[in-house]
Design a protein around this ligand. Structure first.
Ligand code: PNS
Length: 165
């Protein structure tokens, strides 16, 4: 049987840290769906459409990775697609408590899917979408933080909004 994993996140925007996790997941599973979702506690700089476009461009090189977006419960999406795993990246222990809580909630909602935690490459541990947004909004160089192909999209957004969500 072919293995299918879902790698969910806000991806506001996708970073090299995310891509590191996606790359590893794509080596472990036959197919990976990278899923742009909404975290009700966050305000987003980029629309869902923009986040998905950046994901599509950034993952184009991986033949077994596809992208999608969903506004509902992750557990429902995973069930509908018949996926057996949810992939999460862990950067530091500070991520753990929240991720552990989400993993247990998702297991309760969909016992058929297992959450798999992958550890980020040490050099990328500090990276986050919020850091990228801050550096970009203040005119800093974000090359090396995000894939080069999405930098024009981030710059265009900043020209329009000045970095405000
Ligand atoms: O990149 P983020 O913001 O840490 O991703 C969090 C996200 C979007 C994966 C999480 O908030 C989520 O799964 N949202 C979808 C709604 C849902 O299923 N909520 C219950 C999760 S326990």
């Amino acid at each position: 049987m072919k293995t299918l994993a879902v790698c969910p996140g806000s991806f506001d925007p996708v970073t090299e840290g995310h891509l590191d996790i996606i790359r590893r997941a794509a080596q472990l599973f036959d197919r990976v769906i990278v899923l742009a979702m909404t975290n009700a506690e966050k305000r987003y700089m980029f629309s869902m459409e923009e986040r998905l476009k950046m994901l599509r461009l950034s993952t184009a090189e991986f033949p077994n990775v596809e992208t999608d977006s969903y506004q509902g419960l992750l557990a429902d999406y995973v069930r509908t697609r018949g996926a057996s795993a949810i992939i999460k990246g862990l950067r530091a222990m500070s991520d753990f408590e929240y991720e552990f809580q989400m993993a247990l909630t998702n297991r309760k909602l969909n016992p058929a899917a297992e959450t798999v935690f992958l550890t980020t490459t040490a050099e990328l541990m500090y990276m986050s979408s919020s850091l990228v947004r801050q550096v970009a909004a203040l005119g800093g160089d974000i090359s090396g933080f995000v894939p080069a192909c999405i930098i024009p999209i981030i710059e265009k957004k900043l020209q329009i909004t000045g970095g405000n969500p």
